[in-house]
Design a protein around this ligand. Structure first.
Ligand SMILES: *Cc1c(COP(=O)(O)O)cnc(C)c1O
Length: 421
């Protein structure tokens, strides 16, 4: 069956034909045959250079040989024990060595679980109930945070099925808006447990913090006995060895991780100061548990991944990112387009928007119809990016110079068609 037929079949058995909503782009998604390095093959015989990369995890490209070998060895020793392993200590130590805010770690199964648990922990530690998030930020699909949430949708209707009693404790303010946050905290500081933030907003495209904004967050939370949670599910191990906190030199109280940390297998983690982390069961009274927590396969893949992510790796990857963004900037200038190229390190996006995007409100004003034309043209030219203006594009170390040149050429011709140039 080809992708079109598979999607028709899939819709009979899987709700919406997919297992996660952003995958269901029109007229139908491609079904994957395999992926290797920087490339992904569909069942219809097309090959794409992959700039979606599993929405972030595959920073070493697909089928990394060292991970594959490590996993193969672990597979023959069993895949789930319900008892601890030395490898969990090894990976936790690697996280603690790299990530400034991490003194102790708990491994979970996804980014969603990581933020859910981190928020419970912050509430338990501070004995307060409210949290503040930023409009358009995405912290996974659980009830506490599906309020004015990003993740691929321009305007996500708040989900049905979430009791108002749950979300009344979730407040939100615009990103990069110090005054709005200060006002909110002033009014309710005795009730606010935590501020949770994506240091770079990767779920409405790619929005960087204004200079001084993260410093401001650090100060105002400290002054008001509020915990600062960095949701580094995207930025962790991507922006640098220690994630966004090392890149921007701001140390939060709790950090959540996911995506890259599992080396392509399901995993998440949260970490923080010892005195906070020790409140988690069994050493403390904030409950957190999971059958697959610290899963031997995911942990093995995580160790192999982090081992490969050294300083040289980031230097090389960031150079590739800079090279690609420079090429794209030239193209945009030559075509004289009123669009906005954003990104840093190995992340990039083009906002079909003439304004500088500082927050969700501005991001939403982008021309999504034109963006979809651009997305489809890129596919025709053999480049796969997430099918939304409000997702981030990634590159991996497996993307070589030829791949990057090919991406730039495809972007040029796709922009031309989207903008009738
Ligand atoms: C992807 C993502 C999550 C959710 O992680 P899952 O593993 O999909 O549950 C949470 N926060 C951010 C910033 C993310 O990008």
């Amino acid at each position: 069956m080809n992708s079109k037929e598979l999607f028709k079949e899939s819709k009979k058995y899987l709700s919406g034909g997919v297992d996660s909503p952003v995958r269901a782009f029109k007229p139908h998604p491609f079904f994957v045959e395999k992926a290797r390095g920087s490339k992904i093959w569909d069942v219809d015989g097309n090959i794409y250079i992959d700039c979606c990369l599993g929405y972030g995890p595959m920073i070493l490209g697909h089928g990394n040989i060292k991970i594959t070998e490590a996993i193969a060895k672990q597979l023959s020793n069993g895949t789930s024990y319900g008892a601890p392993t030395e490898n969990e200590i090894t990976l936790a130590k690697m996280v603690v060595d790299r990530v400034p805010s991490a003194q102790m770690v708990r491994f979970v199964n996804s980014g969603t679980e990581a933020t859910m648990s981190a928020i419970r922990l912050a509430r338990g530690f501070t004995k307060k109930d409210k949290i503040i998030k930023f409009e358009g930020s995405y912290h996974g699909a659980h009830d506490y945070v599906l309020v004015k949430s990003g993740s691929g949708a321009a305007t996500l209707p708040d989900s049905l099925g979430i009791p108002k009693d749950t979300t009344k404790n979730t407040l939100s303010v615009p990103f990069n808006d110090e005054e709005a946050l200060a006002n909110l905290i002033k009014k309710q500081k005795d009730e606010i447990a935590a501020v949770i933030v994506e240091p770079v907003m990767g779920n409405i495209g790619c929005v960087e913090p204004k200079k001084g904004f993260l410093e401001f967050l650090r100060e105002i939370t400290r002054e008001n006995n509020i915990l600062l949670i960095f949701d580094e599910v995207i930025t962790g191990f991507r922006l640098s060895k220690g994630g966004a906190q090392t890149y921007y030199h701001i140390v939060p109280d709790i950090v959540t991780m996911g995506k890259i940390i599992g080396g392509g297998f399901p995993m998440g983690a949260f970490a923080g100061k010892k005195e906070i982390m020790e409140m988690i069961a069994p050493s403390g009274n904030v409950y957190q548990a999971g059958t697959f927590n610290g899963n031997p396969i995911s942990v093995t893949a995580g160790i192999s991944t982090l081992k490969q992510l050294d300083q040289t790796f980031y230097k090389d990857l960031n150079k590739k990112g800079n090279f690609l963004r420079e090429k794209i900037a030239e193209i945009i200038e030559d075509l004289d387009l009123n669009v906005n190229l954003v990104g840093l390190s190995s992340m990039f996006q083009i906002y079909f928007n003439s304004k500088k995007v500082l927050n969700y409100e501005i991001a939403k004003q982008s021309d999504t119809a034109k963006f979809l034309v651009y997305f489809k043209e890129l596919m025709k030219n053999g480049i796969f990016i997430p099918p939304s203006q409000f997702e981030c594009n990634f590159i991996s170390c497996a993307h070589n110079k030829e791949d990057l040149a090919e991406i730039a050429i495809a972007i040029e011709s796709s922009l031309k068609i989207a903008w009738n140039k």
